[in-house]
Design a protein. Structure first.
Length: 293
């Protein structure tokens, strides 16, 4: 902890959540509402976003804003920020949760895959930071910025080169802001989830893979059995953010691998080689896939 946590209680606090219509975003929003926060929610899915807002209000929570916005579009984020700031002033907590997942090898990934991941997973949070953090600075009461990266923002996971490019990028932004924003009493938390059983598991794209393939279906089911729930992830996120923790893990396996990477690099290198070997035995078609002209 670098300084006393600027936000230790969410009662009456203004909280922005991107990607709020499902998964981790919905879970952190619901838990914030239960703690007395005033929520400002956004997502690209209008029906599901409205459903989440209605459900939170039905359980006694306060939703000040529920507006559709694509975080990869700076203009949309700018309009969202103007609306939210006019209604509620500066935020106390900003959570960048929205993201997409596309995996594949360099032989199967195409340029648009890399670009889309960077647009949503890296530039999306940057747009939110650009528009929502300066008012927090001007308000002078501190706050917390929470960026959801990934285990793929820490370690070398198979077929994650493009996805990791976006998530490592967000890690770099967070690392710098951790120090830059300290003088304004704005803490930064970097969340690195491992397996979380969200809707993203069903919609994830793996370039060059038949996702109806039996081997793939078995691998996905195995992942879902080992993954934590969005609610468990949200609990870990709030526990870390309200203590101004920088590294926030949602499961002990990622904490362990990160420790291994930092303090025993040879062991980490061996573990990653074994991991990659096993993954490519499960889905060898990934290596055989080629880009279409």
């Amino acid at each position: 902890m670098w300084f006393r946590a600027p936000v230790r209680d969410l009662t009456g606090k203004q909280v922005l959540v991107t990607g709020a219509a499902s998964g981790i975003g919905r879970a952190v929003a619901e838990q914030a509402a239960d703690r007395g926060a005033v929520l400002h929610l956004t997502d690209v899915q209008p029906e599901r976003l409205a459903e989440v807002a209605d459900a939170i209000r039905a359980r006694g929570g306060t939703v000040g804003t529920a507006e559709v916005a694509d975080v990869s579009d700076h203009g949309q984020v700018r309009r969202l920020a103007a609306l939210v700031t006019e209604r509620a002033g500066a935020m106390d907590v900003v959570l960048n949760v929205a993201g997409i997942a596309i995996w594949g090898t360099v032989r199967s990934l195409e340029a648009e895959h890399w670009q889309r991941l960077v647009d949503v997973n890296l530039m999306g949070p940057i747009h939110v930071i650009e528009e929502f953090v300066p008012p927090m600075i001007d308000a002078g009461r501190g706050g917390q910025l929470v960026n959801v990266s990934s285990a793929a923002g820490i370690i070398a996971m198979p077929w994650h080169a493009a996805y990791s490019a976006s998530k490592f990028g967000l890690r770099g932004v967070s690392e710098v802001l951790r120090y830059d924003l300290r003088k304004h009493r704005i803490g930064v938390s970097l969340v690195c989830p491992g397996g979380v059983d969200t809707g993203l598991v069903e919609t994830i794209r793996i370039a060059g893979i038949d996702q109806q393939n039996k081997a793939f279906v078995r691998a996905r089911r195995h992942f879902q059995k080992r993954a934590v729930s969005p609610e468990q992830a949200a609990t870990a996120i709030w526990r870390g953010a309200l203590r101004n923790r920088y590294w926030v893990y949602t499961s002990p396996d990622i904490r362990l691998v990160h420790w291994l990477q930092r303090y025993f690099p040879p062991g980490y290198a061996i573990a990653m080689r074994v991991f990659n070997y096993g993954a490519n035995r499960v889905l060898p078609a990934v290596e055989q896939a080629r880009r279409t002209a």
